[in-house]
Write a new protein. Structure first.
Length: 333
C-alpha cells in the first residue's frame, strides 16, 4: 500500500466520512422497504424511566452484554446523557457527563467509547462502575473496537503530517498507547480475537481497506474496480465493508481474512455496520450471511435499524415509532 505524505482530507472530513458511512444503517430515519418474508422477532430492551430516547449500540460476541445510550430532558435543565448497560437483560444506567457514545463491549464487560474533556477528544473504558480515561497522543483521538483480550484500536490525527494514524491500546500494557506501523492515513476500525486489525486508509484517489495480521503483515482489502473501499468491522475470520466502484452502484463486501477471498453482497448491504464470527452481517434492517437473508421485524409504519450482531445471531439497535426511539434487540436472528 502506498505511503502518502500529503493531506487528502481534513481530519474532520475523514472522520465525518467514515462515521457517517458507518452510521447510515443506525439512523432512526432509515428503513428499507421490506417484502413479505420471515423476519427476526423483535424485543424491547428494559428501559430506564423518564428517557425520551434510548438506543443500543453494541453487543459482545457472546450476547451477554449490550451497551447503548439514553437522553433525558428536564424542564429548564440541559439534556442529560446516560450510558446504558444490559447484562443478561438486567439494565444499569450510568450518568455520562462527557460521552459521545459507547462504541463497543467485550465478553468481559469492558465498554469503550469516545468523549470530550478540556476541549479535546477523550476516549475511555468503563467496567464495574469505573470510568478510565485512555492515554491520548494528540488532541483528536478516537477508539473503534475492542476484542476479547481487551486490546482496543482506533486512530488519531497528527497535525505535523496532516493525516490520521492508526492506534492500539494493548491490554497487556495498561495505560499505554502505540502507533501502528500502518500506512499513513490509516484508521483502525476493527480487531478480532486473534489480534488481526482491519481498517481504512485514505489516498489521493480513493479509500482502501487493509488488514494487519498478528505477525505484523499487511494486506489490502478491496475488490477490482473499486474507487473507494471502507472496512467497518471484523470478527473471527471475517471482515465487512462497502465499496464505491468507479462505475455502477455501491455494494457491500465480505472478506475472508484467512484466505483473502471476498464475496460481493447486494446494494442494500452497503450500509452494513457489523459482522459476527459466522460471517453474518447486520445491514440496516436486514441480516445477511452464508445462506442467510432475513429482515428485522418492525411493525407497520415503524423504522428499525440494527447496529451490531453477536455470534449467536442476536442483533441490537433501535426502533423508531412516531418519533419515539427505543433500544431493541432481535434474538437469535
Amino acid at each position: 500500500m502506498p505511503h502518502i505524505a500529503r493531506r487528502v482530507l481534513s481530519a474532520g472530513a475523514v472522520a465525518t466520512l467514515l462515521a457517517t458511512a458507518a452510521l447510515v444503517a443506525a439512523s432512526p430515519a432509515t428503513a428499507f422497504p421490506r417484502p413479505p418474508a420471515p423476519a427476526c422477532p423483535i424485543e424491547t430492551l428494559p428501559q430506564p424511566p423518564d428517557m425520551y430516547r434510548t438506543e443500543a449500540h453494541a453487543i459482545d460476541p457472546t450476547g451477554r452484554y449490550i451497551v447503548g445510550g439514553a437522553l433525558r430532558v428536564a424542564d429548564e435543565q440541559p439534556t442529560t446523557a446516560f450510558l446504558l448497560i444490559w447484562d443478561r437483560g438486567r439494565l444499569t444506567t450510568v450518568p455520562w457527563a462527557n460521552g459521545d457514545g459507547a462504541i463497543g463491549v467485550n465478553a468481559r464487560g469492558v465498554v469503550i467509547g469516545n468523549g470530550n474533556a478540556d476541549g479535546r477528544t477523550q476516549p475511555w473504558t468503563y467496567r464495574d462502575g469505573v470510568f478510565t480515561l485512555l492515554p491520548t497522543p494528540s488532541d483528536e483521538v478516537y477508539v473503534s473496537a475492542i476484542n476479547a483480550s481487551g486490546d482496543v484500536v482506533g486512530y488519531h490525527y497528527v497535525d505535523a503530517i496532516g493525516r490520521f494514524v492508526a492506534l492500539r491500546w494493548p491490554a497487556s500494557r495498561p495505560g499505554t498507547v502505540e502507533e501502528l506501523d500502518a500506512p499513513v492515513g490509516a484508521l483502525a476500525t476493527g480487531i478480532t480475537r486473534d489480534g488481526t486489525i482491519v481498517g481504512t486508509v485514505s489516498t489521493p484517489e480513493h479509500l482502501t481497506g487493509w488488514a494487519r495480521r498478528p505477525d505484523g503483515r499487511y494486506s489490502e482489502l478491496t475488490v477490482p474496480g473499486a474507487q473507494r473501499t471502507q472496512v467497518v468491522a471484523a470478527e473471527g475470520r471475517w471482515a465487512i465493508g462497502r465499496v464505491d466502484p468507479r462505475t455502477g452502484t455501491q455494494f457491500g463486501v465480505r472478506w475472508n481474512l484467512r484466505t483473502g477471498t471476498y464475496t460481493v453482497l447486494d446494494e442494500q448491504s452497503y450500509v452494513a455496520t457489523d459482522i459476527n464470527a459466522r460471517g453474518v452481517a447486520v445491514a440496516g434492517s436486514r441480516v445477511i450471511g452464508p445462506g442467510i437473508s432475513r429482515w428485522l421485524e418492525s411493525g407497520e409504519g415503524v423504522a428499525v435499524g440494527g447496529k451490531a450482531i453477536a455470534d449467536d445471531g442476536t442483533v441490537v439497535g433501535f426502533r423508531n415509532s412516531a418519533g419515539t426511539v427505543t433500544a431493541v434487540r432481535w434474538p437469535a436472528c
